[in-house]
Design a protein around this ligand. Structure first.
Ligand code: SAH
Length: 330
């Protein structure tokens, strides 16, 4: 089967799928995300969102999140924006989540949120949308250039005992001609479809999207990876038991979202610094001492430092053409 089908089955099979059967986040789980590292992440994203909402005339709007995990990010966004005049009265919170297990956790963290299976089901209204580590979980396809210069799709099959990689017969693929035999290019068809849908809604009704994920501007070869118990593992070894992801290529998402305008991507560290994370970190540090203070300092570093999440993770915004440039992304 093509890699995309393998990813979709491993992650979402109703009986054995990774997300369908567990809460993978946190120290006991397989990975930790920025909102789980520190409340500062959600607070600053929330204030960013509220500023963009005000810049667009404070409309009645949908505040949505794609793949909200434990609901921590949305909960921090809502807490941080409580003091923004009119914001909470003007918004309705909608969450797009595939996993029944995580939906239950999110319902506890974000009371009153409306759930959807797909972004297509959101109400047609101004849309203020957040997606952190969502696009990396969407199924990718991989194509490898043969010695003859043809593109062959990478597939997964079985030798009777274990899962193995294989190649489909050559097929046409339109990508730039900077590739040489042996090189791999990745595409994310569902990611582009979602970006297109966001772009359409934001362009028609107003609003903005803030997309945060690890990745690069364009596809950078083979980035398919499996994570289990905070360590990399073989993605074919334990189907349904490991988190499968790929780096996000922001360029294709930006192009799919046209005519909405893309801002960035910029590194997460730079983005958070521009939004004032250091001042916020210092304010929070005043109430802390001992191990709690050490943890807080480590969390600040983890979110922003180039050796940690600061440059690998990137932030891109989508806004309607002609809307003011959003904070921290000029
Ligand atoms: N944003 C959260 C969680 C990231 S993990 C955080 O930052 O902590 C990825 C999230 O996306 C999970 O909630 C997972 O269940 C959800 N998800 C993955 N694929 C999805 C899909 N196709 N549709 C909806 N939700 C999906």
């Amino acid at each position: 089967m093509p890699l995309a089908d393998y990813m979709a089955e491993c992650l979402h099979d109703p009986e054995f799928g990774y997300y369908a059967t567990r809460d993978p986040l946190g120290r006991q789980g397989d990975f930790i995300t920025a909102p789980e590292v520190s409340q500062m992440f959600g607070e600053l994203l929330g204030l960013w969102m509220a500023q963009v909402w005000m810049d667009q005339g404070s409309p009645e709007a949908v505040l949505a999140e794609l793949g909200p995990g434990r609901g921590t990010l949305m909960s921090d966004v809502l807490r941080a924006t409580r003091g923004v005049p009119g914001f909470h009265d003007a918004i309705e919170v909608h969450l797009v989540e595939a996993s029944p297990v995580l939906r239950a956790v999110q319902a506890g963290a974000v009371p009153g949120a409306v759930f959807h299976d797909s972004i297509a089901d959101l109400p047609e209204a101004p849309l203020f949308l957040i997606a952190n580590e969502f696009f990396d979980a969407l199924p990718i396809r991989q194509f490898q250039m043969s010695d003859a210069g043809d593109w062959q799709e990478r597939q997964i099959g079985s030798d009777g005992e274990r899962l193995i990689w294989g190649l489909a017969p050559p097929a046409p693929l339109s990508v730039s001609d900077e590739y040489a035999p042996g090189m791999i290019v990745e595409t994310c068809v569902p990611g582009e479809a979602i970006a297109q849908e966001i772009g359409r809604r934001v362009s028609e009704h107003g609003g903005a999207a803030l997309i945060v994920d690890y990745g690069d501007v364009e596809s950078a070869g083979d980035t398919f990876q499996a994570l289990k118990g905070h360590a990399f593992s073989d993605p074919l070894e334990t189907p349904g038991e490991a988190d499968l992801t790929a780096h996000v290529a922001f360029g294709p998402l930006a192009r799919a979202a046209a005519p909405a305008r893309a801002h960035g991507p910029v590194g997460q560290g730079l983005f958070l610094e521009r939004l004032g994370i250091t001042a916020r970190a210092q304010a929070l540090a005043r109430g802390l001492s001992g191990a709690a203070l050490e943890d807080h300092i480590a969390a600040h570093r983890r979110l922003t430092h180039p050796d940690e999440m600061g440059t690998l993770f990137k932030v891109m915004a989508l806004t309607p053409e002609g809307a003011p440039v959003p904070p921290a992304l000029e």
